[in-house]
Design a protein around this ligand. Structure first.
Ligand code: ZN
Ligand code: ZN
Length: 171
C-alpha cells in the first residue's frame, strides 16, 4: 500500500516549490468503493451575515488508489489536481487552475489533467454499473446500483458545480 500522507506531503512541497499557495486543507482521507471520479475536493464555507469568513477544504481519494500497482506518479498527479482546486479562484478547470497545472507539468514532470482518462491506473478498472454525467462541468457520478440519482438525475443538482437540471445518464 502507498503511504497517502507521505505522498500528499511530497505533493504539497512540490506545489510550494514552484511558488503556488494552496488553500486551507483540513484533511486528506480515503473512501471505499468504486467511483469514476477517483478523487474529489470538498469545499466548506463558513458565513456570517452572508459574508464568507473562512473557506476550508477536505480532499478524498478512492482507497484503491493506494494499491501498489498504481504508479506513485499517478497518485501524485491525482492529489495535485485536487490540491490545486484549493488555490484562490481554482475551483473549476479553467483559468488559474489550468495555468498552475501546466506549470507543475512543465517544471516538475507532473501530468495533471482535467480528467483521469489518460492517467496510468495500472490494471484497475472500477466496477460501478451506473453513471450520470453533468452536461455543464463534465463531472461524473457513479453508483453500483440503480439508485434515485441514476433513475431521476434531473431531480438532483450536480455535486461538482451545484447547477440544476444538468445531470443525464451515461451508463
Ligand atoms: Zn478537478
Ligand atoms: Zn456540474
Amino acid at each position: 500500500m502507498h503511504d497517502l500522507q507521505k505522498i500528499y506531503r511530497n505533493v504539497l512541497e512540490d506545489i510550494l516549490s514552484v511558488g503556488i499557495n494552496y488553500g486551507n486543507i483540513k484533511s486528506i482521507s480515503t473512501r471505499e468503493g468504486d467511483y469514476a471520479d477517483v478523487a474529489r475536493c470538498n469545499r466548506t464555507e463558513k458565513k456570517t451575515f452572508g459574508m464568507v469568513i473562512s473557506t476550508t477544504f477536505d480532499i478524498e481519494v478512492c482507497e484503491w488508489l493506494l494499491k501498489d500497482d498504481i504508479p506513485v506518479q499517478s497518485l501524485k498527479d491525482i492529489i495535485a489536481h485536487e490540491v490545486l482546486h484549493t488555490c484562490e479562484g481554482c475551483f473549476d478547470h479553467t483559468g488559474t487552475w489550468k495555468e498552475y497545472a501546466m506549470l507543475m507539468n512543465r517544471t516538475l514532470g507532473y501530468h495533471i489533467e482535467r480528467t483521469t482518462k489518460n492517467i496510468d491506473l495500472g490494471n484497475y478498472t472500477p466496477n460501478y454499473k451506473c453513471a450520470v454525467q453533468c452536461s455543464y462541468c463534465g463531472g461524473v457520478v457513479t453508483r453500483r446500483y440503480e439508485t434515485k440519482v441514476i433513475k431521476q438525475p434531473e431531480k438532483y443538482t450536480c455535486p461538482y458545480c451545484n447547477r440544476e437540471k444538468v445531470l443525464f445518464r451515461i451508463k
